[in-house]
Design a protein around this ligand. Structure first.
Ligand code: HEC
Length: 116
């Protein structure tokens, strides 16, 4: 009995901690700047922040007309599942294995600030 409790405690210790804490707007911006700006630019316009080289310049996130047409659900899905899943260019990676749901929701909100 004593052993199994020890084993249980060890299991809990290695289990990933669920992301319960809200992701703040500042954290969402940092995430975007680090993981997304290389292709999308800091302001989503494919400009400043772009890493150059072979990364595509993607300006759609700052395109008011386009962004007004797409619902949050679409933005969330393409972040989670990647471009190919949504019938777009596969260069847009799928992020669901690397980011938590909260992080991806916060990124949707951050992306909305580009067209405000
Ligand atoms: C390696 C380059 C690259 C990176 C890094 C990248 N994207 Fe993309 N993303 C793309 C490309 C290319 C498209 C456009 C696909 C198309 O238009 O067919 C795209 C499209 C999108 C779209 C849909 C906009 C549209 O045109 O419909 C969203 C939303 C998006 N990306 C969010 C993100 C977020 C959030 C991150 C970071 C977590 C990220 N992207 C990282 C390349 C990238």
């Amino acid at each position: 009995m004593k052993l199994s409790i020890t084993v249980l405690v060890m299991l809990f210790a290695v289990m990933p901690v669920p992301a319960t804490a809200e992701v703040t707007p500042g954290q969402a911006r940092d995430l975007f700047d680090q993981m997304c700006a290389g292709c999308h630019g800091f302001r989503g316009d494919g400009g400043e922040g772009h890493r150059g080289g072979f990364s595509p310049h993607v300006g759609t996130l700052a395109d008011k007309e386009y962004m007004a047409q797409v619902p949050d659900e679409y933005i969330y899905l393409i972040i989670a599942k990647g471009g190919a899943f949504m019938g777009k260019i596969a260069t847009m990676p799928a992020w669901e294995k690397r980011l938590s749901e909260d992080q991806m929701q916060a990124l949707v909100k951050h992306i909305r600030t580009f067209t405000q």
